[in-house]
Design a protein around this ligand. Sequence first.
Ligand code: CDP
Ligand code: CDP
Length: 226
Amino acid sequence: MHKINIAIDGPAGSGKSTVAKKVANELSYLYIDTGAMYRSLTFLSLQAQVSEQDEQSLIQILEEMEITLEQQSDGEVQVLVNGERLGEEIRTQAVTAKVSEVSAHRKIREEMVARQQQLAKQKGVVLDGRDIGTYVLPGAELKIYMDASVEERAKRRHLENIANQRHSDITTTKEELKRRDGLDRQRETAPLRQAEDAVLIDTTNVTIEEVVARICRIAREKENED
Ligand code: CDP
Ligand code: CDP
């Protein structure tokens, strides 16, 4: 048995982070939420009143931004930005509205990818994002591309917003999600797409537990391959 790396990509609300966390827990792997890294940079840029178009100033913020991972006793991994735990503040509408523009800059992506590859240096990691199977970990032993209908994804995000006491209405949530998917799919550098060797999982009518079980089954087979 040997540990492998797992790359999970897909559009917003397809279930990546929920599933990735559970898979990592089940396999005793490390989970790395790459979206949280782009969200953290966006949060800091809003605080510094730097425009999402200003690549040079964004790079400067990123260069000064220290990202560390802290594994908690329950297996959850907390992303620390400059030593601080960022939680709800990186999931606000203000951050969500700008994160795809901030993430589209080539130099930002190069730096983020380098940091993610550093964090994933040892085997036994699960990374989720948009470009993990295609750019960050092209050699990952297991690649998953998760998708679901836009209606289902919007409904999930809406319910999640309400559960977290964020203001939400389903129509705006759906429009915002479509806009962000469009930007992520159409950007020049490392756009969202399914890697050729990725397993496609449509989660529209599938429970979280079923998706987790399927991924863990494939992962265990790969762990036992020569
Ligand atoms: O959780 P949700 O699907 O809403 O988004 P996320 O995974 O937190 O990612 C937020 C945004 O960061 C995405 O819409 C992308 O613009 C960007 N992102 C990216 O460009 N590449 C990644 N590997 C991860 C996120
Ligand atoms: O990370 P991503 O944006 O792809 O999605 P997520 O944040 O993991 O999932 C969005 C919401 O959908 C969460 O509240 C999950 O509990 C829910 N979900 C679901 O209801 N059924 C699934 N098969 C997957 C996720």
